[in-house]
Design a protein around this ligand. Structure first.
Ligand code: P6P
Length: 335
């Protein structure tokens, strides 16, 4: 990764990237700017969350059956309005909404967007890091948008990224030309390039997994995690365990420092817990663009054809050799 010297805004960076990739149209550049604008609104609300009456639950439950925190609802509305403003998006699918929202059927609405507007929201009330995840496709429908616009495999994404609301607000994205990070300078309200061409070490320091699920995993998953604990130093060096329960924060740590995040299937979540379309797919594109890997244990995440919008998947993602080790353990499950 290169540490930039000049001050580069996300707008000028995306324009430069677009200049270098003639097939990119200005539309994607403008859409990424719309996403960044939406997340700035969310960041401002989160910074004040402890002061303004938007903490605590909104009383409703979302399509996942999870109690909706007010910030979840606010973030969802922020992203919808930012993405609707310029008419570039035909349909938006969100973790918070059971069905996709048709945004625009105009001919200039050439993109479909999927978002997890506030991932890790259970961390809000304890001031933990949360994030917004986004995934962008070219629409495949003609005329009226339809569900197939948001049921595309992850290998069709034209862009993907996340904004992490942590000790600083950081936007990380890829359009298939490397992974780049921008840190929000709140004094000027601009995302400035801070991490150019982020690459993930082949094997990493950290293991991120919810250990309380251990008794419910398959023997292969248990064997892999015990090796990461250091039980088999001849095949795998011990890792430091770090888990916050917010995919964006756990993934970002491994992206920068190297490591592996896993949420295997278990007897309580036989199809896995994380959502394929707006959690696993965008993170998988970023991981691969940074030299890492992402699988459901058997298949590359980006090659899975979604069958329904809120479909769950097991997820193993991060440093390439660490992911390959888990796959090997799962495939050669002990009797
Ligand atoms: P658990 C948050 O709800 C989330 O979808 C991801 O951000 C996170 O990685 C995972 O669930 C945490 O799940 O079961 O460990 O609390």
């Amino acid at each position: 990764m290169k540490r930039p010297t000049a001050v580069t805004t996300i707008e000028s960076f995306i324009l430069e990237q677009e200049r270098q990739h003639p097939q990119a149209t200005g539309e994607l550049t403008n859409l990424l700017y719309d996403v960044a604008l939406g997340t700035k609104l969310v960041a401002a609300a989160i910074r004040r969350a402890g002061l303004v009456d938007i903490l605590g639950s909104a009383g409703d439950v979302n399509v996942q059956g999870e109690e909706q925190q007010k910030l979840d609802v606010f973030a969802n509305e922020c992203m919808k309005s930012a993405l609707a403003a310029a008419g570039r998006v035909c349909v938006l699918a969100s973790e918070e909404d059971e069905l996709p929202t048709q945004i625009s059927s105009g001919s200039e609405a050439r993109y479909a967007v999927l978002i997890d507007p506030l991932d890790g929201s259970s961390n809000i009330d304890v001031n933990g890091s949360v994030g917004t995840i986004f995934s962008i496709y070219r629409r495949v429908s003609d005329g009226e948008p339809d569900i197939m616009d948001v049921l595309q495999p992850g290998n069709q994404q034209v862009a993907a990224g996340y904004v992490m609301y942590g000790s600083s607000v950081m936007l990380v994205y890829t359009t298939g030309a490397g992974v780049h990070g921008f840190t929000l300078d709140p004094t000027v309200g601009e995302f400035l390039l801070s991490h150019h061409y982020i690459t993930m070490p082949e094997t990493g320091k950290y293991l991120s997994v919810n250990e309380s699920n251990f008794p419910r995993w398959t023997k292969g998953a248990q064997k892999a995690v015990r090796a990461f604990h250091g039980e088999r130093p001849e095949v795998m060096a011990a890792k430091n365990s770090r888990y916050i329960g917010s995919l964006v924060a756990d993934f970002h740590r491994n992206l920068i420092a190297g490591g592996v995040f896993l949420y295997p299937s278990d007897t309580r979540n036989p199809k896995g817990k994380l959502r394929l379309s707006y959690e696993a797919n965008p993170m998988a594109l970023i991981a691969e663009q940074a030299g890492g890997a992402a699988t459901n244990g058997m298949t590359r995440i980006l090659d899975i054809q979604p069958e329904e919008l809120h479909q769950r998947t097991p997820l193993v993602i991060g440093s390439k050799k660490d992911v390959e080790f888990v796959v090997d353990m799962l495939r050669n499950e002990p009797e």
